[in-house]
Write a protein that binds this ligand. Structure first.
Ligand SMILES: [Zn+2]
Length: 359
């Protein structure tokens, strides 16, 4: 969607409201108006912005079930709804939650609507993996997920809380860039909530909080790893040489990188660490784990690194545009999130529903 389309609809909405005699807006109508204003200014016309707008429209309809086609306000809201739903379903863009403050406000409102103090639902799982590299001692790693589940109309939004502490300047651009690369990689799944409605978009929102907030976030510090020049120009390498070189670079950068220490020059490494933040163990040399919904399988988890097509094993050579990706997302990588969504459904009176994630 272009900003002009949005502007055109805003004009029409304002005219329709005027025709309906609505000049001083309040309540749910004001919520709709705010969501429409934020659609471009905060959300750049993204699916999340549209989802929030549709959610506000839903709530207005909920309060005005008796209104019909002869009511001018109803006509205005319905025209806006048709437009927003049309754009939403045309749009191939994934949701990229840019305006966390507004989103947060919306979630807070939903908590009131559902009269539950538990929403939005924060869910932390403590994951443990035991990993043993060849001829080394077994090591145990533990970490927690910092998730929050909410619904926005056609979107199930999973916030993942992290604080970035670079001990230096320039962090805003790096944070935004890491958020973009992670969300564009991971926001690929649909989730069926077992309620007969069409599957929702499963959207992650890497939510950066201030490092001074000491709880409910993963603390991340950056590192960079100097990599020397390749033995010859990349364009002169055959595919095997290229892969060997990229493996070497990835391995160098991956060394010393972890859930709490990201190599900010390695986009794929960052995508892999986010995989841990949503509850996934490594898939190399891992001998066992705890609190992971999928059962342990040696043929998945106990492989050498850079040898399978999974992002939790292989951070080499990710090139989405050219469909060259060794490290892909697999359905099992959503298992913990799926568990969190099932828990969210329990808290919202839908404990009998089956959650299904598809790619
Ligand atoms: Zn890892």
């Amino acid at each position: 969607m272009a900003s002009q389309d949005c502007e055109k609809m805003r004009k029409k909405w304002a005219e329709d409201l005027k025709a309906a005699g609505k000049t001083a807006l309040s309540g749910k109508l004001l919520d709709i108006d705010s969501a429409l204003s934020a659609l471009w200014s905060t959300y750049q016309g993204s699916k999340l912005g549209l989802a929030i707008l549709l959610e506000m429209i839903d709530r207005w309809h909920g309060e005005h079930a008796g209104a019909g086609a002869s009511d001018k306000t109803w006509q205005a809201v319905t025209a806006l709804e048709r437009w927003a739903a049309g754009v939403y379903h045309q749009s191939t863009a994934t949701v990229n939650a840019r305006g966390s403050d507004f989103g947060q406000k919306v979630i807070a409102q939903r908590a009131v609507v559902l009269k539950s103090g538990q929403l939005p639902l924060k869910i932390s799982y403590h994951v443990q993996q035991r990993q043993q590299w060849p001829s080394e001692k077994m090591k145990t790693y533990t970490w927690s997920t910092y998730l929050e589940v909410a619904e926005h109309g056609p979107v199930v939004l999973v916030r993942v809380f992290a604080a970035y502490d670079p001990g230096g300047a320039k962090s805003e651009a790096i944070k935004q860039s890491m958020k973009n690369v992670i969300e564009s990689f991971w926001n690929v799944a649909k989730v069926d909530l077992g309620d007969g409605r069409r599957p929702r978009d499963l959207q992650f929102d890497l939510t950066w909080v201030d490092p001074s907030i000491s709880s409910y976030r993963q603390l991340i510090v950056p590192k960079t790893t100097p990599v020397g020049p390749p033995p010859k120009p990349l364009s002169a390498m055959n595919p095997a040489e290229l892969k060997a070189w990229r493996d070497e670079v990835s391995e160098t950068r991956g060394a010393g990188a972890s859930l709490s220490k990201w190599d900010v020059e390695d986009r794929v490494e960052v995508i892999h660490e986010f995989g841990h933040m949503i509850g996934n163990p490594d898939e190399y040399y891992v001998k066992s784990f705890e609190n992971v919904p999928s059962p342990y399988r040696a043929d998945i988890y106990d492989k050498p690194g850079f040898t399978t097509d999974s992002i939790m094993n292989n951070t080499d050579n990710y090139d989405k545009k050219n469909n060259k990706s060794y490290g892909k997302i697999h359905l099992r990588h959503f298992d913990t999130v799926k568990r969190a969504i099932a828990q969210y459904l329990m808290c919202t009176g839908r404990s009998g529903n089956t959650v299904t994630v598809t790619l």
